[in-house]
Design a protein around this ligand. Structure first.
Ligand code: ADP
Length: 439
């Protein structure tokens, strides 16, 4: 893949070089003609050479062989151009404008060769050819000794600077390679750690599930026996004892509720999700039906007329639980005479954005993030009973649906809970199901 990218980039730059060359050769001919109208412009040669470059460029789009050999073919093309430039300068007796032309062609074209060994061969061949031609020229306008000296020193300087560039390019590419290797190694290590962490997480959740489940039975015993004791001591007129027993029973009830919520939380984490197309309005209706007693008692209204989606891909059980938690909270944390909960949805490009708005007591800004953490409560038990797990469960359900959940609220001005559900859900039947052995 990486090699393919490199080849594509190289191909692109060789095509650019060929395009420039194809245009530059005839253009330079016109330029020479403009400077000295009497000189021979060799336009015919120029068009032939330009045509060769164009053919190379053009066929590289159709022929795979040309594409695979574009570097070597372009280099040979450059060598032909260099030698032609030497020849043209020779027949012009090394007149100053042709020498300048030769130097320019020589420098520019050779600079395009990015293969060190080809570069050294072509550059030294061109220098040698120039020197020989300068000595053989019938009536050289420029002194051959001066010519030799100029070309040798220019060639050496050019070779030295270019070899430094090529070397640093090579070093850079080696460094890049090492860096890529390191990134690959680190990514592999990170992936391995993530895998280990996920296994540990599952073990931890399994532990939480088993521990919570096993706690339920002794807790049930404590509750039953305390109630028996309470019944036995019914006739004992000691207020303290009845107060203590009441306190124990309330604590057992509370602990039971916490364990139930923790079990619910861990079940939603590990249970294999089953995404199916469901009617979201009936899911909401079902979620509200369980709290209907409390909603009626509080004279509340739940409105979801704005839900225009008929079918949506989700895990119906989990989404039902999510709506149940949000609606229950909206009614519970509400001191209005008529609690109103408005559920609406907006369809976005890749997700659905749901909103659950209430006219309740609201939440101060500093707690907006904190409330989604397990056991984080903003009120005491006598004020509003609860376990502090409901919104953590909501967050987990939404994460299972590749979404986000957040709240916008001000104290005393109601709250709006927002959450998104991705439209591109794939059933995670491969997710490990929690297996618990009860003792
Ligand atoms: P619980 O309701 O059992 O305490 P939750 O996780 O459902 O636990 O909620 C955490 C806290 O967030 C609550 O204690 C409450 O203070 C606050 N909260 C949740 N929903 C609302 C709401 N609709 N309006 C005001 N406060 C809310």
């Amino acid at each position: 893949m990486e090699n393919l990218d490199k080849q594509t980039t190289e191909l692109f730059w060789y095509r650019v070089m060929l395009t420039i060359t194809v245009w530059a050769i005839p253009l330079f001919g016109f330029l020479v003609k403009m400077v000295d109208p009497d000189c021979i412009d060799y336009m015919c040669h120029r068009f032939i050479l330009g045509g060769m470059g164009f053919m190379l460029f053009f066929t590289s789009f159709f022929s795979r062989w040309i594409r695979d050999h574009i570097i070597v073919l372009s280099c040979w093309f450059v060598l032909i151009l260099n030698l032609w430039a030497v020849w043209i300068t020779y027949v012009n007796n090394f007149s100053i404008e042709f020498t300048v032309g030769l130097l320019t062609t020589f420098c520019v074209l050779n600079a395009t060769i990015r293969r060190p060994w080809l570069y050294y061969i072509f550059t030294s061949t061109t220098i040698l050819a120039t020197i020989i031609a300068a000595w053989l020229a019938p009536v050289p306008v420029i002194d051959p000794i001066l010519m030799t000296f100029t070309f040798l020193s220019l060639g050496c300087a050019f070779m030295l600077t270019s070899s430094a560039t090529l070397n640093s390019e090579r070093k850079l590419s080696e460094l890049n390679h090492t860096l890529e290797e390191k990134v690959r190694e680190r990514t592999a290590v990170a992936e391995e750690r993530a895998k280990q962490l996920s296994v540990k997480n599952q073990e931890l959740e399994q532990f939480a599930y088993v521990a919570s489940h096993d706690l339920k039975s002794p807790l049930r015993n404590i509750g039953s026996f305390v109630q028996l004791i309470q019944r036995k001591l019914r006739d004992v007129h000691d207020e303290d004892i009845h107060e203590y027993l009441g306190f124990v029973i309330r604590s057992v009830t509370k602990m039971n509720a916490i364990i139930d919520d923790v079990l619910l939380y861990s079940r939603f984490g590990d249970k294999a999700l089953t995404f199916r197309k469901v009617n979201i309005r009936s899911v909401i209706r079902e979620a509200c039906s369980l709290s209907m007693g409390e909603i009626r008692r509080r004279n509340g209204i739940i409105c979801f007329d704005d839900i225009f989606i008929d079918e949506m891909l989700c895990d119906a059980k989990q989404i039902e639980q999510l709506f149940r938690n949000l609606v229950e909270n909206a009614i519970k944390y509400n001191t209005s005479e008529r609690p109103v909960v408005n559920i609406s949805v907006r369809e976005k490009w890749e997700e659905y954005l749901f909103m659950v708005e209430d006219n309740g007591i609201g939440i101060s800004k500093e707690y907006h993030n904190r409330i989604f953490t397990m056991f984080q409560r903003l009120h005491t038990e006598p004020e509003y009973p609860g376990t502090g797990v409901g919104l953590a469960i909501c967050k987990r359900i939404i994460e299972n649906h590749n979404g986000k959940i957040w709240v916008r609220s001000e104290e005393g001005k109601g709250s709006t809970f927002y959450f998104t559900i991705s439209k591109n859900l794939t059933s995670s039947a491969t997710r490990p199901k929690l297996e618990v052995a009860y003792g």
